[in-house]
Design a protein around this ligand. Structure first.
Ligand code: AMP
Ligand code: MG
Length: 418
């Protein structure tokens, strides 16, 4: 199971909200990676976390080869442009030339084909003219021109990838290139998920008076799919202590439980009460907008994240706090948020007080990139989240800003592992 560290539980209501960085640090300090590993075929290894050192059993590329379609030759033989060299054979990818290139000779060669013995360079075919008595080159090559040496990408014996690596599509190709057909990875996480709220109806169900569709479960599920976890969807849970405790019991055996809604201090907010009865509450308020009511704790061996019900708040808190925790739980080290300074294409409105994540989109600007804040920033407004491709991250004490002011921008496409 998981080896999560102590949570420093606080059973009393927390009076001061935590700032985001502290909340993230406290969550991460309570998370240790799942220990179990398994061997999987390379084709199934993308988005898994490597649990072994992979070393190259051979050079990549395995042979010194041509980077161009053209002619392999000895550079010194073509030092005088126009000199004609005698073609003595061909080297195609997968079909090397068996002989040796001697003085005054050349070999027709294709990209990726093995450089024949004796040759030290390749002249691209655009610089060659074929005559009846030989091939002439209009440019003198230097030794090594258009040649890719064996082991240029990876030398035999070198570490290709280290444990804790979150495997990307490029990593899968890299592993294939060194002939690693199977790799050892951490087991996939099992994450339980439910929505709370008497007003919620599943998609496909007619809405009664005051009802809304449960969108958070779909958003969160899609976000979890992006992390390659196994999701246990526990559906919609009604706003009673009994229903919540029953749902907590159904999450047994999972590595984490994520809920949305019911974590404020309203009359129908029972998530914290249920967590206090069945597990430990780490903290439950974070000074960020959107997202303020948020619970973190533990339910037996599982990490517990009680996200706010507002659809944008649920997404933002997932991206800022849950995602890094799940990445560490899965065995990788979460990359710190990637933030870039960019000028505002339009003014921003903000009251000093809480740090804010405003939805925005990247635009080409006069001197490079700029960032445009998107209309309605209400925490229930998913539309602007759907249009956005980044957040503008504003410090707590920041107020209104004019167009042209430089702000910190966090693109949604973030690296997963460090
Ligand atoms: P709560 O945190 O339960 O007070 O909910 C805050 C707001 O988010 C309310 O307007 C809820 O109706 C809405 N909400 C809660 N859960 C969901 C959900 N799963 N999908 C969409 N909206 C939700
Ligand atoms: Mg609710």
């Amino acid at each position: 199971m998981t080896g999560n560290a102590s949570l420093d539980p606080c059973h009393e209501p927390q009076t001061q909200a935590l700032v985001l960085d502290e909340a993230r640090a406290r969550i991460l300090s309570a998370v240790a990676p799942v220990g179990e590993t398994e061997r999987v075929a390379l084709a199934d290894a993308c988005q898994r976390v490597l649990a072994e050192v992979v070393t190259a059993r051979a050079d990549v590329p395995a042979h010194t080869n041509s980077a161009m379609d053209g002619y392999a030759l000895r550079a010194a033989d073509a030092a005088t442009p126009g000199t004609r060299l005698r073609p003595v054979g061909e080297s195609f990818a997968g079909h090397p030339f068996a002989g040796t290139v001697g003085a005054g000779e050349c070999v027709r060669i294709m990209t990726g084909a093995v450089l024949p013995d004796g040759a030290d360079s390749v002249v691209m075919q655009e610089r060659a003219t074929v005559h009846e008595d030989g091939v002439a080159f209009d440019k003198a090559p230097a030794e090594g021109d258009n040649v890719r040496p064996a082991g240029e990408d990876i030398a035999r014996g070198a570490t290709v990838l280290a444990p804790g690596r979150w495997l990307t599509p490029a990593d899968i190709g890299l592993l294939a290139s060194v002939g690693a057909g199977e790799v050892s990875v951490h087991r996939r996480l099992r994450v339980a998920l439910f929505s709370t709220g008497d007003e919620l109806q599943p998609v496909g169900q007619a809405l009664g008076p005051g009802d809304i569709h449960d969108s958070n479960r779909y958003t969160l599920r899609a976000l979890l799919d992006g992390l390659g976890v196994i999701v246990h969807d526990l559906g919609i849970v009604r706003d009673t202590l009994e229903a919540l405790e029953d749902a907590f019991a159904r999450a047994a055996g999972c590595d984490a439980l994520i809920t949305s809604g019911g974590v404020s201090v309203g009359e129908a907010d029972f998530v914290l009460d249920a967590l206090r009865r069945r597990g430990d509450v780490g903290f439950w308020k974070v000074a960020m907008k959107p997202g303020k009511p948020l619970a973190f704790g533990r339910l037996d061996a599982a990490l517990f994240f009680g996200l706010p019900g507002n659809p944008v708040s649920a997404m933002v808190t997932f991206m800022q706090l849950v995602r890094p925790a799940l990445i560490r739980l899965a065995g990788a080290e979460p990359a710190p948020p990637l933030r870039v300074p960019l000028p505002l294409a339009a003014p921003v409105r903000k009251a000093p007080g809480r740090a804010e994540f405003q939805r925005a989109r990247l635009l080409p600007g006069a001197n490079g990139m700029a960032v445009e804040p998107l209309g309605h920033q209400g925490s229930g407004v998913l539309r602007s989240m759907s249009l956005a491709d980044c957040f503008i991250v504003l410090d707590a004490d920041c107020g209104d800003l004019d167009a042209g002011a430089v702000v910190s921008v966090e693109p949604f496409a973030q690296p997963v592992g460090a």
